[in-house]
Design a protein around this ligand. Structure first.
Ligand SMILES: O=C(O)CCC(=O)C(=O)O
Ligand SMILES: [Fe+2]
Length: 210
């Protein structure tokens, strides 16, 4: 059993095979082969079956800021529910704080320019997105395929690039230890140059999702 006083960072650190990204500015971990190649394939099929243009909070006037597609993965799908449960258990985070799981799909030329996953505390849409469940805390992202070219995730403040690889988990705390948003989490899903890119994303909130 996970002890309640353990932080997600401590819980994550305890798993065999997990690597802490060596930066004093961000709590970030990578685990290869977090899910099987077979599960990756089935999740890709679900994303292919249903996706819509991705959206952004706090529109900044750039119509090509996020050009990917998003799939809302249903909790009624037992495989989706099992994956959400697995991530919660792995992180030690209360599953009630999880947003619905999403899939993201990128074609050649598509990207999500440098952004943070937290909502701008003074932004016009903070109230709309955060009134019930509060700010985003941790991001868990699993790459579902190895992209033929391009598609890496670049954290430019900490000078770290994560390459897509089927089943690889990357996760980070969007907040600093004092609970304020951490600008060092800035990241860019770089353009796919060849093939497709698929990921799943699990975001957690300060309070239960509702
Ligand atoms: O696809 C990626 O590499 C990153 C995706 C991302 O940053 C997001 O969906 O918030
Ligand atoms: Fe992001």
């Amino acid at each position: 059993m996970t002890k309640v006083h353990e932080s997600p960072g401590e819980v994550l650190q305890s798993h065999p095979g997990v690597q802490r990204v060596p930066s004093p500015r961000i709590d970030m971990f990578v685990a290869r082969e977090f899910i099987s190649a077979e599960l990756c394939e089935r999740l890709i099929a679900k994303i292919e079956a249903e996706h819509r243009p991705s959206t952004v909070a706090d529109y900044n006037g750039d119509d090509v800021f996020r050009t990917s597609s998003t799939c809302d993965l249903s909790r009624d799908d037992p495989e989706v529910a099992a994956l959400a449960a697995r991530i919660a258990e792995y992180s030690g985070i209360d599953p009630a704080h999880a947003e619905p799981l999403q899939g993201q799909r990128y074609e050649v030329g598509q990207e999500f320019k440098a952004h943070t996953d937290y909502f701008e505390p003074r932004g016009p849409e903070f109230e709309k997105y955060c009134a019930v469940a509060g700010q985003r805390t941790w991001t868990f992202m699993v790459y579902l395929n190895s992209v033929e070219a391009g598609g890496a995730t670049r954290f430019k403040v900490i000078d770290k690039i994560i390459q897509p690889e089927a089943g690889k988990l990357v996760c980070w705390n969007n907040q600093r230890p004092d609970g304020t948003p951490n600008p060092a989490t800035l990241h860019h899903a770089m353009k796919v140059r060849k093939g497709f890119k698929y990921v799943i994303t699990q975001w957690y909130r300060e309070r239960p999702w509702g």
